[in-house]
Design a protein around this ligand. Structure first.
Ligand code: BG6
Length: 300
Protein backbone atom coordinates (compact mmCIF):
# COMPACT_ATOMS: atom_id res chain seq x y z
CA UNK A 1 0.00 0.00 0.00
CA UNK A 2 1.33 3.35 -1.05
CA UNK A 3 0.12 6.78 -0.02
CA UNK A 4 1.05 9.56 -2.40
CA UNK A 5 0.20 13.16 -3.18
CA UNK A 6 -0.56 15.91 -0.74
CA UNK A 7 -3.67 17.68 0.50
CA UNK A 8 -6.76 17.11 -1.59
CA UNK A 9 -4.77 15.13 -4.19
CA UNK A 10 -3.67 12.46 -1.69
CA UNK A 11 -4.41 8.95 -2.81
CA UNK A 12 -3.95 5.41 -1.59
CA UNK A 13 -2.83 2.72 -4.00
CA UNK A 14 -2.75 -1.01 -3.29
CA UNK A 15 -1.33 -3.70 -5.54
CA UNK A 16 -1.64 -7.47 -5.13
CA UNK A 17 1.42 -9.69 -5.68
CA UNK A 18 -0.26 -10.87 -8.91
CA UNK A 19 -0.41 -7.29 -10.29
CA UNK A 20 -4.03 -6.25 -9.76
CA UNK A 21 -4.40 -2.76 -8.30
CA UNK A 22 -6.77 -0.18 -6.93
CA UNK A 23 -6.35 3.56 -6.46
CA UNK A 24 -8.48 5.63 -4.07
CA UNK A 25 -8.44 9.41 -3.86
CA UNK A 26 -9.02 10.63 -0.29
CA UNK A 27 -11.20 13.34 -1.78
CA UNK A 28 -14.59 11.64 -1.85
CA UNK A 29 -12.94 8.27 -1.08
CA UNK A 30 -13.32 8.00 -4.84
CA UNK A 31 -11.93 4.84 -6.42
CA UNK A 32 -10.29 6.25 -9.56
CA UNK A 33 -8.73 3.07 -10.96
CA UNK A 34 -9.23 -0.66 -10.60
CA UNK A 35 -7.08 -2.94 -12.68
CA UNK A 36 -7.56 -6.69 -12.94
CA UNK A 37 -6.00 -9.44 -15.13
CA UNK A 38 -2.63 -9.00 -13.46
CA UNK A 39 -2.91 -5.22 -13.86
CA UNK A 40 -3.60 -5.30 -17.61
CA UNK A 41 -7.30 -4.40 -17.62
CA UNK A 42 -8.64 -1.08 -16.35
CA UNK A 43 -12.25 -1.63 -15.32
CA UNK A 44 -13.31 1.89 -14.44
CA UNK A 45 -13.87 4.80 -16.79
CA UNK A 46 -12.30 8.08 -15.73
CA UNK A 47 -12.79 11.30 -17.68
CA UNK A 48 -9.61 12.83 -19.09
CA UNK A 49 -10.82 16.09 -17.57
CA UNK A 50 -11.86 14.69 -14.19
CA UNK A 51 -10.80 17.08 -11.42
CA UNK A 52 -8.45 15.13 -9.15
CA UNK A 53 -7.42 18.11 -7.03
CA UNK A 54 -10.46 18.35 -4.77
CA UNK A 55 -12.03 21.21 -6.70
CA UNK A 56 -15.14 19.21 -7.64
CA UNK A 57 -16.57 15.70 -7.61
CA UNK A 58 -14.62 13.24 -9.75
CA UNK A 59 -16.14 12.51 -13.18
CA UNK A 60 -15.55 8.78 -13.32
CA UNK A 61 -14.39 5.95 -11.10
CA UNK A 62 -16.70 5.34 -8.14
CA UNK A 63 -17.95 8.51 -6.47
CA UNK A 64 -19.82 7.87 -3.21
CA UNK A 65 -23.27 9.41 -3.04
CA UNK A 66 -24.49 10.23 0.52
CA UNK A 67 -26.78 11.32 2.22
CA UNK A 68 -29.02 12.15 -0.74
CA UNK A 69 -29.23 10.90 -4.32
CA UNK A 70 -29.73 13.36 -7.15
CA UNK A 71 -31.25 16.74 -6.49
CA UNK A 72 -32.55 16.69 -2.89
CA UNK A 73 -36.27 17.17 -2.19
CA UNK A 74 -37.06 20.85 -2.83
CA UNK A 75 -38.14 21.59 0.71
CA UNK A 76 -39.25 19.93 3.87
CA UNK A 77 -36.53 17.33 4.18
CA UNK A 78 -33.36 17.46 6.26
CA UNK A 79 -31.33 17.02 3.06
CA UNK A 80 -33.10 19.84 1.20
CA UNK A 81 -30.24 22.33 1.32
CA UNK A 82 -27.58 19.85 0.19
CA UNK A 83 -26.09 19.81 -3.30
CA UNK A 84 -26.95 17.10 -5.88
CA UNK A 85 -25.69 13.68 -4.66
CA UNK A 86 -24.81 15.06 -1.19
CA UNK A 87 -21.42 15.82 0.33
CA UNK A 88 -19.58 12.49 0.60
CA UNK A 89 -18.14 12.74 -2.91
CA UNK A 90 -16.77 16.22 -2.24
CA UNK A 91 -15.44 15.70 1.30
CA UNK A 92 -11.97 14.67 2.23
CA UNK A 93 -12.00 11.26 3.91
CA UNK A 94 -9.46 9.80 6.30
CA UNK A 95 -7.47 6.70 5.43
CA UNK A 96 -8.06 4.35 8.36
CA UNK A 97 -5.62 1.64 7.28
CA UNK A 98 -5.37 -1.62 5.44
CA UNK A 99 -5.80 -5.24 6.27
CA UNK A 100 -4.75 -8.19 4.17
CA UNK A 101 -6.24 -11.62 4.26
CA UNK A 102 -5.75 -14.98 2.70
CA UNK A 103 -9.29 -15.20 1.45
CA UNK A 104 -10.52 -18.71 2.04
CA UNK A 105 -13.49 -18.26 -0.27
CA UNK A 106 -11.42 -16.87 -3.11
CA UNK A 107 -9.14 -19.74 -4.04
CA UNK A 108 -6.95 -17.37 -6.01
CA UNK A 109 -5.30 -16.15 -2.85
CA UNK A 110 -4.82 -12.78 -1.33
CA UNK A 111 -6.92 -9.68 -1.08
CA UNK A 112 -6.36 -6.30 0.46
CA UNK A 113 -8.92 -4.17 2.27
CA UNK A 114 -8.59 -0.42 2.59
CA UNK A 115 -10.79 1.46 5.05
CA UNK A 116 -11.77 5.10 4.79
CA UNK A 117 -13.71 7.19 7.29
CA UNK A 118 -15.80 10.34 7.20
CA UNK A 119 -17.38 11.84 10.31
CA UNK A 120 -19.60 14.84 10.85
CA UNK A 121 -16.65 16.52 12.58
CA UNK A 122 -14.63 16.27 9.37
CA UNK A 123 -17.15 18.00 7.13
CA UNK A 124 -16.79 21.46 5.67
CA UNK A 125 -18.60 24.17 7.60
CA UNK A 126 -21.03 24.46 4.69
CA UNK A 127 -21.97 20.76 4.63
CA UNK A 128 -22.17 20.61 8.42
CA UNK A 129 -24.59 23.53 8.45
CA UNK A 130 -26.70 22.04 5.65
CA UNK A 131 -26.94 18.64 7.38
CA UNK A 132 -26.21 19.14 11.08
CA UNK A 133 -26.49 15.47 12.10
CA UNK A 134 -23.90 13.32 13.81
CA UNK A 135 -22.79 10.36 11.77
CA UNK A 136 -19.83 8.14 11.05
CA UNK A 137 -19.14 6.53 7.69
CA UNK A 138 -16.67 3.73 7.13
CA UNK A 139 -16.11 2.80 3.51
CA UNK A 140 -14.21 -0.42 2.84
CA UNK A 141 -12.63 -1.07 -0.53
CA UNK A 142 -11.48 -4.66 -0.96
CA UNK A 143 -9.36 -5.67 -3.92
CA UNK A 144 -9.24 -9.35 -4.83
CA UNK A 145 -7.82 -11.00 -7.92
CA UNK A 146 -10.94 -10.71 -10.11
CA UNK A 147 -13.21 -8.49 -8.07
CA UNK A 148 -13.57 -5.27 -6.18
CA UNK A 149 -15.92 -4.83 -3.23
CA UNK A 150 -16.93 -1.43 -1.94
CA UNK A 151 -19.06 -1.44 1.18
CA UNK A 152 -20.27 1.44 3.27
CA UNK A 153 -21.36 1.44 6.85
CA UNK A 154 -23.37 4.36 8.14
CA UNK A 155 -23.68 4.95 11.87
CA UNK A 156 -25.91 7.37 13.66
CA UNK A 157 -23.65 8.92 16.29
CA UNK A 158 -26.17 11.51 17.46
CA UNK A 159 -29.15 11.73 19.75
CA UNK A 160 -31.79 12.10 17.04
CA UNK A 161 -32.71 9.74 14.23
CA UNK A 162 -31.93 10.64 10.62
CA UNK A 163 -32.85 9.58 7.10
CA UNK A 164 -30.45 9.09 4.22
CA UNK A 165 -29.94 7.64 0.78
CA UNK A 166 -26.68 6.21 -0.52
CA UNK A 167 -25.37 5.09 -3.86
CA UNK A 168 -22.09 3.93 -5.39
CA UNK A 169 -21.88 5.82 -8.66
CA UNK A 170 -19.72 3.34 -10.60
CA UNK A 171 -18.54 4.29 -14.09
CA UNK A 172 -17.75 0.96 -15.75
CA UNK A 173 -15.30 1.06 -18.63
CA UNK A 174 -16.45 -0.79 -21.70
CA UNK A 175 -15.16 -0.94 -25.27
CA UNK A 176 -18.25 -0.11 -27.29
CA UNK A 177 -21.62 0.93 -25.89
CA UNK A 178 -23.38 -0.34 -29.02
CA UNK A 179 -22.35 -3.90 -28.07
CA UNK A 180 -23.38 -3.67 -24.42
CA UNK A 181 -26.39 -5.30 -22.86
CA UNK A 182 -27.38 -5.26 -19.22
CA UNK A 183 -29.32 -8.14 -17.70
CA UNK A 184 -30.81 -9.02 -14.35
CA UNK A 185 -33.49 -6.33 -14.33
CA UNK A 186 -36.34 -8.12 -16.10
CA UNK A 187 -39.72 -7.30 -14.58
CA UNK A 188 -38.27 -4.59 -12.33
CA UNK A 189 -40.01 -1.21 -12.08
CA UNK A 190 -37.99 1.85 -12.93
CA UNK A 191 -38.36 5.59 -13.00
CA UNK A 192 -37.21 7.00 -16.32
CA UNK A 193 -35.59 10.36 -15.58
CA UNK A 194 -35.22 11.10 -19.29
CA UNK A 195 -38.94 10.53 -19.93
CA UNK A 196 -40.28 12.96 -17.30
CA UNK A 197 -39.76 10.66 -14.35
CA UNK A 198 -42.48 8.29 -15.53
CA UNK A 199 -42.62 4.75 -14.12
CA UNK A 200 -42.14 1.70 -16.32
CA UNK A 201 -41.57 -2.01 -15.98
CA UNK A 202 -38.49 -3.55 -17.59
CA UNK A 203 -40.02 -5.83 -20.21
CA UNK A 204 -36.92 -6.88 -22.18
CA UNK A 205 -34.46 -9.29 -20.62
CA UNK A 206 -31.61 -7.06 -21.79
CA UNK A 207 -31.24 -3.29 -21.53
CA UNK A 208 -29.40 -1.88 -24.53
CA UNK A 209 -28.26 1.71 -24.85
CA UNK A 210 -28.86 3.67 -28.05
CA UNK A 211 -29.45 7.13 -26.60
CA UNK A 212 -29.47 8.96 -23.29
CA UNK A 213 -30.44 6.61 -20.46
CA UNK A 214 -31.12 7.63 -16.86
CA UNK A 215 -33.19 5.01 -15.09
CA UNK A 216 -33.69 4.27 -11.44
CA UNK A 217 -34.58 0.59 -10.97
CA UNK A 218 -35.90 -0.12 -7.52
CA UNK A 219 -36.69 -3.05 -5.24
CA UNK A 220 -34.74 -5.44 -7.46
CA UNK A 221 -35.36 -8.99 -6.25
CA UNK A 222 -32.17 -10.58 -7.61
CA UNK A 223 -28.71 -9.58 -6.32
CA UNK A 224 -26.79 -9.47 -9.59
CA UNK A 225 -26.92 -7.08 -12.52
CA UNK A 226 -24.72 -8.27 -15.38
CA UNK A 227 -23.03 -6.25 -18.10
CA UNK A 228 -22.32 -8.14 -21.32
CA UNK A 229 -20.25 -6.97 -24.26
CA UNK A 230 -20.73 -8.64 -27.61
CA UNK A 231 -22.90 -11.18 -25.80
CA UNK A 232 -20.04 -12.16 -23.49
CA UNK A 233 -20.17 -11.52 -19.73
CA UNK A 234 -17.99 -8.53 -18.87
CA UNK A 235 -19.04 -7.51 -15.35
CA UNK A 236 -21.28 -8.84 -12.63
CA UNK A 237 -22.37 -6.19 -10.18
CA UNK A 238 -23.60 -7.88 -7.01
CA UNK A 239 -25.69 -5.86 -4.58
CA UNK A 240 -25.23 -6.33 -0.85
CA UNK A 241 -28.16 -5.08 1.22
CA UNK A 242 -29.00 -2.47 -1.42
CA UNK A 243 -32.03 -3.01 -3.62
CA UNK A 244 -31.88 -0.20 -6.17
CA UNK A 245 -29.70 0.39 -9.22
CA UNK A 246 -29.35 3.34 -11.54
CA UNK A 247 -28.34 2.81 -15.16
CA UNK A 248 -26.95 5.99 -16.68
CA UNK A 249 -25.34 7.01 -19.94
CA UNK A 250 -25.38 10.72 -20.88
CA UNK A 251 -25.03 10.10 -24.64
CA UNK A 252 -23.96 12.79 -27.13
CA UNK A 253 -25.50 16.06 -26.00
CA UNK A 254 -25.32 15.63 -22.23
CA UNK A 255 -21.73 14.40 -22.47
CA UNK A 256 -20.77 17.47 -24.49
CA UNK A 257 -22.56 19.75 -22.03
CA UNK A 258 -20.52 18.49 -19.05
CA UNK A 259 -17.33 20.53 -18.84
CA UNK A 260 -15.43 17.75 -17.05
CA UNK A 261 -16.56 14.94 -19.39
CA UNK A 262 -13.79 14.15 -21.84
CA UNK A 263 -13.42 13.18 -24.58
CA UNK A 264 -16.88 14.13 -25.85
CA UNK A 265 -17.14 10.64 -27.34
CA UNK A 266 -16.24 9.05 -23.97
CA UNK A 267 -19.88 8.09 -23.46
CA UNK A 268 -19.26 5.24 -25.93
CA UNK A 269 -16.76 3.72 -23.52
CA UNK A 270 -18.66 3.92 -20.27
CA UNK A 271 -21.86 2.92 -18.60
CA UNK A 272 -22.83 3.73 -15.05
CA UNK A 273 -24.36 0.89 -13.07
CA UNK A 274 -24.93 2.44 -9.67
CA UNK A 275 -26.11 0.33 -6.75
CA UNK A 276 -27.80 2.07 -3.90
CA UNK A 277 -30.69 2.70 -1.62
CA UNK A 278 -32.41 5.65 -3.26
CA UNK A 279 -36.09 4.79 -3.33
CA UNK A 280 -37.45 6.42 -0.20
CA UNK A 281 -35.16 6.72 2.83
CA UNK A 282 -33.14 4.55 5.15
CA UNK A 283 -33.82 5.58 8.71
CA UNK A 284 -31.32 5.22 11.52
CA UNK A 285 -32.10 5.78 15.16
CA UNK A 286 -29.47 6.77 17.69
CA UNK A 287 -26.59 4.27 17.71
CA UNK A 288 -27.90 2.25 14.77
CA UNK A 289 -25.78 1.13 11.84
CA UNK A 290 -26.66 0.42 8.21
CA UNK A 291 -24.30 -1.44 5.92
CA UNK A 292 -24.60 -1.83 2.16
CA UNK A 293 -22.34 -2.20 -0.83
CA UNK A 294 -21.36 -4.06 -3.94
CA UNK A 295 -18.96 -6.59 -5.35
CA UNK A 296 -18.00 -6.03 -8.97
CA UNK A 297 -16.54 -9.03 -10.77
CA UNK A 298 -14.45 -8.43 -13.85
CA UNK A 299 -15.19 -11.40 -16.08
CA UNK A 300 -12.53 -11.03 -18.75
C1 BG6 B 1 -26.86 9.80 -12.08
C2 BG6 B 1 -28.19 10.47 -12.14
O1 BG6 B 1 -26.80 8.98 -10.96
O2 BG6 B 1 -25.83 10.78 -11.97
C3 BG6 B 1 -28.20 11.43 -13.32
O3 BG6 B 1 -29.22 9.51 -12.27
C4 BG6 B 1 -27.04 12.40 -13.23
O4 BG6 B 1 -29.43 12.11 -13.36
C5 BG6 B 1 -25.75 11.64 -13.09
O5 BG6 B 1 -27.02 13.21 -14.38
C6 BG6 B 1 -24.51 12.51 -12.95
O6 BG6 B 1 -24.63 13.41 -11.90
P1 BG6 B 1 -23.52 14.48 -11.64
O7 BG6 B 1 -24.01 15.31 -10.48
O8 BG6 B 1 -22.26 13.73 -11.27
O9 BG6 B 1 -23.34 15.26 -12.90
Amino acid sequence: VDISGTGASSKVTATLPSGESVEVLLYGATVTSWKSSGGKTENLWLSEKAALDGSKAVRGGIPVVFPVFGPPPKSGHATSSLPQHGFARTSRWEFLGKSTSEDAVDASGSSVKLDFGLYSSGLSEEARTAWPLDFGLVYSVTLSKDSLSTVMSVRNEGETSFEFQMLLHTYLKIKDISKVSITGLLGVEYVDKVLNASTHKQSDAAVTITGEVDRVYSSIPQDTTSVLEDGKPRFDVVRDNLSDTVVWNPWTEKAKAMGDFSPDTGFKEMVCVEVGSVNGWQKLDKGEVFEGGQTIKSLL
